[in-house]
Design a protein. Structure first.
Length: 485
């Protein structure tokens, strides 16, 4: 289903649910109100909230097992150290990213907010939503476990879905939290950041070792498989490529990975000539009258012969002159006879063959070798491949026919690595509504409570948060500006 249509249906469903919710509440419909209370559901305009206390007992039990208590003590102490190291780094990164807006292009900005449909393809919204729920659940689980460890009451946990973007949350007893030792409080406050850091790291390791993990079902380093193609792609279709095709060679360039795929396509721009046997050329030549085109190229084929291409004969020594300077040849037939490639500058060919350059304005001739398929010949642009096809280095061994499964896992790991790290960085910065707000006020209390009273400390931490919140907002606006306008 089209993603926009899907989002519209969700929007209509939200409006209907909101209407019925308001209606039943306005007439104090008892079974409905009882249902909301029983399930912990709250319905807002384009958002849903679900709260539960069902996990409180399990959390408490887990946190109070003696071996777990020791482990959690070490675990969240490391988390505190990691978060305190991250704090100055995150502040510097934010300032650096803000400065980057003024001195370089936005594309290279280290901290960039991502909004599906604006600077993230709307089609990837499911990856984004799944990542948000995984990152936020792990983050909140950190706060909850650390709170249980420090005897702070967990009131409830829940999930808020903003349209289709889910975010988990945990409510702690704030009086409990304020009354405990500041270092213990810091462990609870930094636990979410610590879990995000760790999640990012684990997913990054999994991302790096994915070829080994998936080696049971997928080969890597042996070619690329097509796993996505735009509807407009001239390469897909009758006698062309198909989704799942595994490409191993383009002209004489071996394709092994995604990088070599791009390199091979670009190499065709330079090595655009082919080495032909003079006998085959004589046999297939269909040259008509030579015409000099405004582009500087020469046309020697009749317009009616669509599959024919005019080639210029170039020879380093100029010794063989039995062949005309331009020959019109059926491209597919002559290409299937040729295995060697050359360029106009360095037209080296094996003995007995000579270099011929196709007279094409910007286009090139491609011979694509795909596994279990006859060679595919294509005349067009390098960009036709790069812009309309997406390839994967994961070649299915058996069962899977396309690399979609491997690519889905890879993309998910990419998303979690980047977004989880981003959440850790943004959360530790002293901004309002972030963990950083409470972390900085606790740190100020620990370092300045002897020389400053509570009101002054509150004022100082509010000032710091105000400055960094303003910096973050300015940075987000500057980064998103080119995408919106
Ligand atoms: Zn948090």
């Amino acid at each position: 289903m089209d993603i926009k249509l899907g989002l519209m249906i969700v929007g209509v469903a939200y409006c209907m649910v909101y209407f019925f919710d308001s209606f039943f509440k306005s007439c104090a419909h008892y079974p409905y109100i009882k249902f909301l209370e029983g399930t912990g559901l709250k319905i807002g305009l384009f958002n849903l909230q679900w709260t539960t206390t069902a996990f409180n007992r399990s959390l408490l039990r887990f946190g109070n097992i003696r071996s777990n208590t020791k482990f959690l003590k070490v675990w969240f102490s490391i988390g505190l150290i990691a978060s305190l190291i991250l704090l100055p780094i995150a502040i510097l990164l934010l300032i650096y990213s803000l400065v980057q807006n003024f001195v370089s292009s936005n594309e290279n900005n280290l901290i960039t907010p991502v909004i599906p449909g604006i600077n993230l393809p709307a089609s990837e919204i499911l990856f984004y939503s799944a990542t948000l729920i995984i990152c936020s659940v792990l983050h909140e689980l950190g706060h909850a476990l650390a709170a249980v460890k420090e005897d702070v009451q967990v009131l409830n946990i829940g999930v808020t879905v903003f349209y289709i973007l889910p975010v988990a949350y945990v409510n702690l007893n704030s009086e409990n939290l304020k009354s405990i030792d500041p270092w213990k409080r810091l462990k609870i406050l930094t636990a979410g950041i610590w879990h995000n850091l760790l999640l990012s790291f684990v997913c990054y390791l999994a991302y790096l070792s994915l070829p080994a993990i998936l080696s049971i079902a997928f080969n890597t380093g042996k070619g690329v498989a097509i796993y996505e193609a735009s509807k407009m792609s001239p390469l897909i279709g009758l006698k062309g490529l198909e989704i799942g095709d595994m490409i191993t060679k383009i002209n004489d360039c071996e394709v092994k990975t995604e990088n070599t795929w791009v390199d091979c396509l670009h190499s065709v721009n330079k090595m655009n000539g082919m080495c032909f046997d003079p006998d085959a050329v004589r046999e297939l030549d269909e040259t008509s009258i030579l015409r000099h085109l405004s582009s500087g190229l020469v046309e020697c084929c009749e317009e009616t012969k669509k599959g024919n291409v005019c080639f210029e004969f170039v020879d380093k020594d100029g010794s063989i002159l039995e062949l005309p300077s331009h020959v019109c040849l059926p491209a597919k037939t002559i290409m299937s006879k040729s295995e060697y490639y050359c360029s106009k500058i360095d037209h080296k060919c094996p003995k007995g063959s000579h270099c011929f350059i196709p007279q094409l304005n910007g286009s090139h001739l491609f011979k694509i070798r795909a596994l279990n398929k006859p060679n595919i010949f294509y005349m067009g642009l390098t960009d036709d491949f790069l812009r309309t096809l997406r390839v994967s280095p994961y070649i299915p061994k058996f069962y899977f026919k396309t690399p979609v499964f491997a690519e889905t896992i890879r993309k998910m790991l990419e998303y979690i690595t980047i977004i989880s790290l981003g959440l850790a960085i943004i959360n530790v910065v002293p901004c309002f509504y972030m963990d950083g707000q409470h972390i900085i006020s606790t740190l100020l209390y620990l370092s300045l409570s002897k020389s400053m009273n509570g009101d002054r400390l509150l004022l100082l931490s509010s000032m710091i948060c105000l400055i960094f919140t303003a910096l973050l907002i300015v940075h987000c606006v500057l980064t998103m500006w080119p995408f919106i306008f």
